[in-house]
Write a protein that binds this ligand. Structure first.
Ligand code: FMN
Length: 303
């Protein structure tokens, strides 16, 4: 058995695999399939200040090698998370990353501040949501807005702060540098890529929201490229995700520079994917005689 442990911002993970936010709820349903403590961590469903019912259905569309979603941050609100979901997760032996979102920097800070007196291990700030005050442009699409929301959240929390980046930008490395300068302890990427499908018989978009976020195996090469670019641009750890569905994918993302790996859409086709991926990584490391998964982080040898 290889040493599968990694450390991100001083937090110990027993292995690098984390179900991504929005695909694993708060873990309860999956506990019927496997013990949650087989996972390195869990990124919980994006949580906002108040309960949100999300977008109208249809909210999911299948695509070749992936999916589109426009769930619209359906969640029970931060107070419910703190009172009901977090205490349950904290009884498990895994790192809890509370994924948070808001429609203004103040709202994001208010959500983060509520977590300060809890034992949650890390905060993952999703900056892909539209900044209502700035006319609806996503925080994560401008260096200034990304830095502003990071600063506001940084000011209210001493917890390790992971800022989750949007891939819908010209230079994700520039956004990563601006959130690093604003006080992020780590970055995670990629969130979904904006996509659209149309039912040609009705002429209507398949998603009720018209557009949605693309994820799954089809986006994997984009994730590898972005993780590599960001890992070379910042001095803080990178948590990688986007299309990972096998141990080999996770190893590849770590070679690109990721210190840990989240698994999203793959869980919908194989609910055991996160646990299988840990086993497949271990088998690969053993077959290569590599004793610690840490030894592969950032080892890509670019031409
Ligand atoms: C149904 C669904 C819901 C999601 N909800 C969230 C969310 O609430 N917060 C967030 O930061 N990312 C959310 N994501 C994005 C994923 O966490 C992940 O960044 C993205 O799907 C890329 O990984 P994948 O290709 O492995 O799915 C969601 C993705 C899906 C498919």
């Amino acid at each position: 058995m290889a040493d599968m442990s990694v450390k991100v911002c001083g937090v110990d993970f027993k292995n690098p695999i984390i179900p991504a936010s929005g695909v694993f709820g708060y873990g309860r349903e999956y506990e019927e399939l496997f013990p949650l403590d087989k996972l390195g961590g869990i990124a919980t469903k994006g949580t906002t200040l108040h309960l949100r019912t999300g977008n109208l259905a249809p909210r999911i569309a299948e695509t070749p090698s992936g999916m589109l979603n426009s769930v619209g941050l359906q969640n029970p609100g931060i107070d419910h998370f703190i009172e009901t979901e977090l205490p349950y997760l904290l009884t498990k032996d895994l790192v809890v990353l509370a994924n948070i979102a808001g429609s203004t920097p103040d709202e994001c800070a208010e959500v983060a501040a509520k977590l300060e007196d809890t034992d949650v291990h890390m905060i993952e700030l999703n900056i892909s949501c539209p900044n209502v005050k700035q006319g609806g442009a996503a925080f994560g699409t401008s260096c200034e807005m990304a830095a502003e929301v990071t600063k506001r959240v940084r000011a209210v929390t001493k917890k390790p702060l992971v800022v989750k980046l949007s891939p819908n930008v010209t230079s994700i490395a520039d956004i990563a540098k601006s959130v690093e300068a604003a006080g992020a302890d780590a970055v995670s990427l990629i969130n979904t890529l904006l996509g659209m499908r149309i039912d040609i018989n009705t002429g209507r978009p398949i998603l009720r929201n018209n557009v949605g976020g693309m994820s799954g195996p089809a986006v994997f090469p984009i994730a590898v490229r972005m993780v590599w670019q960001v890992a070379n641009a910042v001095n803080i750890p990178v948590i990688g995700m986007g299309g990972v569905s096998s141990g080999r994918d996770a190893i590849e993302l770590m070679m690109a520079g990721a210190s840990a790996v989240q698994v999203g859409a793959a869980i919908f086709t194989d609910p055991y994917a996160p646990v299988r991926i840990v086993e497949e990584m271990n088998d690969w490391l053993n077959s290569k005689g590599i004793s610690s998964v840490k030894d592969i982080i950032g080892t890509v040898k670019p031409w």
